[in-house]
Design a protein around this ligand. Structure first.
Ligand code: G4P
Length: 297
């Protein structure tokens, strides 16, 4: 079943973002480094292109992503016109302190008290926009939460006399074109839980791990990945973690196992893992999508 999630308040958020875009110089687009293209909102690209605004793409949560995949993604994005891409962890002050200078280089004409550099932070829910903002301003001005769509309105902050920032709420788009993107977004909790079935999402994740990171399953759960299929991984996790439905003759609680498996992935307990690479993306686009539960090798 394809995953779609477009809560009502996002229609007005998109309208407001389009208005704000007219009055800023550089877009800071926050992506999840584990799924940089699947977490790219096509509406942001569309709004940016219309106003011809340059973009600093931040591959955030790089501490959770596979470093080799991140390197490939940086090369991929840095080949795009009007784009600079860097990998960061929004929680790290050192990573974030580099950003104003990178934005300035994208809009060199905005560099005095009369023409302050105006930045706009955009991205889908749960990629780390609020965390980034709090680290940038060095205090808590935005609510951080692992529940998608915590921030619901825009706020503008003067960082210095030469630098202003507009923070925007997480923006999804009305139709996720590739089913696998919906699953990747759900794995990383960018989509509200009411729109997904944890067991299906966890099975999708198991497929990717079997194809590209089988050792992560062995290391974490002591399962021999060879010979297992994706549902088999979930059953294995349920057995190893004692997820059993009481009074049902030992029946496995796969929903509980799915939650544990997803939480382990989201917390980085399975290691540094990227759900897609430029190469897996190319394969998906060439196949035209994708009712796939397992990822391409
Ligand atoms: P949003 O505004 O884009 O919706 O995202 P937000 O900043 O609320 O961050 C969503 C979750 O991602 C938070 O987790 C936050 O701590 C985490 N996060 C943000 N940036 C990074 C990063 O660079 N690395 C890692 N590992 N995590 C990051 P949470 O579980 O709600 O919060 P917490 O338990 O970490 O406080």
């Amino acid at each position: 079943m394809p995953i779609q999630w477009f809560p009502g308040h996002m229609t007005s958020a998109r309208k407001k973002a389009a208005e704000t875009m007219a009055n800023i110089d550089v877009v800071i687009e926050v992506l999840d480094a584990r799924l940089p293209e699947a977490s790219s909102n096509p509406m942001i690209q569309e709004l940016r292109s219309f106003r011809q605004r340059p973009c600093l793409k931040l591959l955030n949560k790089t501490d959770l992503a596979d470093p080799a995949a991140t390197r490939d993604w940086l090369a991929f994005f840095n080949a795009q016109k009007n784009v600079k891409a860097v990998a960061i962890s929004a929680k790290k002050g050192g990573d974030v302190s580099r950003l104003p200078a990178l934005c300035q280089a994208l809009a060199p004409h905005r560099n005095d008290n009369f023409k302050p550099l105006r930045l706009m932070i955009m991205g889908i829910p749960n990629v780390g926009k609020s965390t980034l903002l709090n680290t940038l301003v060095k205090r808590r001005v935005a609510a951080v939460g692992d529940e998608p769509a915590v921030t619901k309105s825009q706020q503008s902050i003067a960082l210095t006399p030469r630098l202003t920032l507009v923070d925007t709420p997480g923006l999804m788009w009305p139709k996720i074109e590739h089913d696998s993107d919906g699953f990747m977004l759900a794995v990383c909790h960018a989509i509200g839980r009411n729109a997904v079935i944890d067991e299906a999402v966890a099975t999708f994740l198991a497929g990717i791990l079997l194809a590209r990171y089988p050792d992560s399953i062995t290391t974490r759960y002591g399962l021999n990945a060879a010979g297992l299929d994706a549902p088999g991984v979930l059953e294995g996790v349920a057995r190893k973690r004692g997820c059993i439905i009481k009074g049902r003759g030992g029946e496995l609680d796969l929903e509980k196992a799915a939650m544990q498996f997803l939480t382990d992935f989201r917390d980085g307990a399975l290691g540094r893992i990227s759900l897609e690479t430029p190469e897996t993306r190319r394969v998906i686009l060439a196949a035209g999508d994708v009712q796939q539960i397992t990822a391409p090798a």
